[in-house]
Design a protein around this ligand. Structure first.
Ligand code: PEP
Length: 248
């Protein structure tokens, strides 16, 4: 890690209840102060509750997706403008679960990132290869293709986003990329970003995929890993706090 302030963002996915969320947030807030930036990305119905619970704290909140459209006949979708009205700070776009289960392509992900930025929300853009892609030697080509769509759509504004490298085979599987495997891809992404924006060295590139308290420190110690996107371990306050400490 360099002088970039790390970011640790929790991705609650489709978990939680009002009571469980209140307990989880209280546990996270009790872990303050953090030396890194900390955020939780929560299911849409809970955005208001979470915004209220975190108001005035050092913990930011975000959403897990937004529409690629401003408004219109898109039943079930939530626009970046709506999220912005609540003061949303981050939005995850292009998570592999959305790419896989909702057929989101590279251009749709890039469009979402653009619309989020236009509304003052920092997109956390996920890229990552499947196991089959890794095993057939396509990791570099896949992540570069995914990031390239965002670079072409945003132009130099790409410097405003957060990137998350999340190898699909490591998400929710308990299999973590080794620090060396992760660093190798992060370094490639950094090189690609440098060609697109002068801000590349100030940008956060997060690692995600079965990050836990016992592997976080070695991952975050890699020179191009600037924090993490945390799924399962973000649902337990003590684990999430421990991961935040590992980044600070
Ligand atoms: C994720 O959902 O972004 C993620 C990284 O999940 P997990 O930490 O559970 O692998």
């Amino acid at each position: 890690m360099t002088d970039r302030t790390p970011l640790v963002a929790g991705n609650w996915k489709m978990h939680g209840s009002r009571a469980a969320n209140a307990e989880l947030l209280a546990g996270i807030l009790a872990g303050q102060p953090f030396k890194c930036d900390v955020a939780v990305c929560v299911p849409s119905p809970y955005l208001g509750d979470v915004a209220q619970a975190l108001a005035g704290s050092g913990v930011a909140w975000g959403a897990q997706d937004c529409s690629a459209h401003e408004h219109g006949a898109y039943t079930g979708e939530v626009s970046a403008g709506m999220l912005a009205e609540f003061g949303c700070r981050y939005v995850i776009v292009g998570h592999s679960e959305r790419r896989a289960y909702h057929a989101e392509g590279d251009q749709a992900v890039a469009d979402k990132a653009k619309i989020a930025l236009a509304r003052g929300i920092t997109p956390i853009v996920c890229v990552g290869e499947t196991l089959a892609e890794r095993e057939s030697g396509q990791t570099e080509a896949v992540v570069k293709r995914q990031l390239s769509a965002v670079i072409h759509t945003l132009g130099p504004c790409v410097g405003e986003i957060v990137v998350a490298y999340e190898p699909v085979w490591a998400i929710g599987t308990g299999k973590t990329a080794t620090p060396e495997q992760a660093q190798e891809v992060h370094a490639l992404l950094r090189v690609q970003l440098r060609a697109a924006t002068q801000r590349a060295d100030a940008m956060r590139v997060l690692y995600g995929g079965s990050v836990k308290p016992d592997n976080a420190a070695t991952l975050f110690a890699q020179p191009d890993i600037d924090g993490g996107l945390i799924g399962g371990a973000s649902l337990k306050a003590s684990d999430f706090v421990a991961i935040c400490r590992a980044a600070g």
